[in-house]
Design a protein around this ligand. Structure first.
Ligand code: NAD
Length: 294
């Protein structure tokens, strides 16, 4: 299948490579020429604008922070797409914005859009084992589910357009609080004079264990804050979760609390760090570090 891929960042680059490995013809674009060059080296073609990416492909996938700009603004996908082009946005955005963008694409050019955000981070993007949550027209989903399976091991249809991003926000709420309590528990162990690494080994196989714990606690113990998933992006997601839940009059106290923790990190110029950096909020508050040897 001929596929356009826009946004070759931490996530998009390995996802586009997996489409190539699955035998698809991929045309790419990104603001960073070196990322484009890397994909061309791997077998992709490239185009100078997002409009040009859309000209000769059946499907355009976006994996960018600003989806509206990539799709609808100057030289955006809509300028090159036809009514037969299908757009699959795999970025994480506000579900309300996803619905609005989809409606504009349909009204202006009759274009179908699916919202299919992902979870799993860079390691699963590389392995092609992402969890993909999908919203939009079910027939369109059924047609492209195999394409999505080239990037993920779990591809679940959730409902109408926007539903994929509702699932993703739920995911981000759980991940934020889960990292937060892991950081709190590891700091508690250290302050009690018990080795946090041994506490981690002791509890990871029990009810407290989680994918988040196994991904993030080892990073905290190594003092590794290399992203992964940046604090700035998690703030964006929690902001969307707060807006969406307030719009339906639902208080979300745990999400709101984690948002404030992340604001503290941002104020310390740590917005570009991985979200395991939440451990440094506890470090500043308690004066102890869980990093091995410290
Ligand atoms: P990133 O900042 O690493 O990459 C984004 C890339 O998109 C950059 O290379 C940038 O140059 C490019 N880009 C931005 N706007 C563009 C445009 N208009 N045209 C062409 N290229 C453009 O971000 P990321 O971490 O890969 O995240 C991308 C999306 O995936 C975000 O919505 C994020 O929330 C979501 N996400 C990220 C992770 C993760 O672990 N990093 C996990 C799940 C979901």
């Amino acid at each position: 299948m001929k596929v356009g891929f826009i946004g070759l960042g931490i996530m998009g680059k390995p996802m586009a490579k997996n489409l190539l490995k699955a035998g698809h013809e991929v045309c790419v674009n990104d603001f960073h020429p070196e990322s484009v060059a890397e994909l061309v080296e791997a077998g992709a073609t490239s185009a100078a604008t997002n409009a040009e990416v859309a000209k000769d492909v059946e499907v355009v996938i976006t994996m960018v922070p600003n989806v509206r700009a990539a799709l609808l603004e100057k030289d955006g996908v809509i300028d090159g797409a036809s009514s037969d082009t299908v757009i699959i946005d795999m970025s994480s955005i506000d579900p309300v914005e996803s619905k609005k963008i989809s409606a504009e694409l349909k009204e202006k050019k009759g274009i179908e859009m699916l919202d299919c955000p992902v979870s799993g981070g860079e390691p699963k993007a590389i392995d092609g084992t992402l969890s993909i949550m999908c919203g939009g027209n079910k027939e369109v989903f059924d047609k492209y589910v195999d394409l999505l399976k080239a990037m993920g091991s779990s591809v679940v249809y959730v409902g109408e357009i926007g539903s994929g991003n509702v699932a993703k926000l739920a995911n981000q709420m759980v991940v934020a609080s889960n990292i937060g309590i892991c950081a709190e528990a590891m700091t508690f162990a250290k302050k009690m004079g018990t080795d946090p690494e041994l506490v981690y080994q002791a509890i990871r196989g029990g009810l407290a264990g989680s994918t988040v714990m196994d991904a993030k606690v080892p990073m905290m113990l190594e003092g590794n804050y290399k992203p992964g998933f940046r604090i700035d992006l998690h703030i964006k997601d929690l902001n969307n979760a707060l807006n969406a839940s307030h719009a339906i009059n639902m208080p979300v106290p745990m999400t709101a609390h984690m948002m404030e923790v992340m604001q503290e990190l941002k104020n310390h110029d740590e917005g570009s760090c991985d979200h395991d950096d939440i451990i440094r909020y506890y470090e500043r508050m308690t004066g102890v570090s869980v990093v091995k040897g410290k």
